[in-house]
Unconditional design. Structure first.
Length: 219
């Protein structure tokens, strides 16, 4: 199925390295990031899962729960976790990995990479990222090929922007980071901007003469 930003993210039940879950119940009132992996015991995937485990305090601070998916069994996941812990110098591994050995969820969420096949010629999952908000709506999706590891610092940056812009009348510019200047939405009038941003804003002069680039401190 094709999922677009703003769509209701489908609920599902799955076996994981931490037991059986219902996705919505597991999320509770949090946001979630679901990220898929081509296979267990593969080098790039090992680096990624270790990195997410190291970043768990950052995800928790943002009220975001991570959950991984790989097309192998629960037993395989549990063995692989020991390698992930060793690689990342981790004392524990505290988020679940979904077992999708029948590729049911990968197919449902359109995560299969037709160019990356296993030894039996069966497609592997690509490196998909889905960020789902606390209303169970899809807020972001990114698809990486199996050969390219993700930048989880960038994913945290995007989460910061999504959370900020979901409640404030701003957008975040290129390369924005937490605490930096934001852009006032074009749909907000100058008078509304004065009311919403009591510390004021700056309008950039551009050759067109249009006053659409309005910058303000992060609200």
């Amino acid at each position: 199925m094709a999922l677009n930003i703003g769509d209701q993210f489908p609920n599902f039940q799955a076996e994981t390295s931490q037991g059986k879950i219902d996705f919505y119940e597991w999320m509770e009132e949090s946001w979630a990031i679901l990220f898929s992996h081509p296979a267990d015991y593969t080098p790039v995937c090992t680096t990624e899962l270790a990195r997410v485990a190291q970043l768990l305090p950052e995800f928790k601070k943002r009220n975001v729960k991570p959950i991984a998916l790989s097309v192998d069994t629960v037993d395989s996941h549990r063995g692989w976790i020991e390698d992930i812990k060793a690689y990342g110098s981790l004392s524990s591994f505290d988020y679940p990995i979904i077992a999708d050995d029948k590729r049911e969820l990968a197919t449902k969420l359109n995560m299969l990479d037709k160019d990356e096949l296993n030894k039996d010629g069966i497609p592997l999952t690509c490196r998909a990222v889905f960020i789902v908000d606390n209303n169970k709506k899809l807020r972001l999706s990114i698809l990486y090929p199996a050969t390219t590891g993700r930048n989880f610092d960038e994913i945290l940056r995007v989460i910061d922007s999504l959370i900020l812009t979901s409640t404030k009348s701003v957008a975040t510019p290129a390369d924005w980071k937490q605490g930096e200047t934001c852009m006032i939405l074009p749909t907000i009038s100058d008078q509304e901007a004065l009311d919403k941003f009591p510390n004021g804003y700056t309008t950039r002069d551009v050759p067109s003469g249009k006053k659409y680039i309005r910058e303000t401190a992060q609200p």
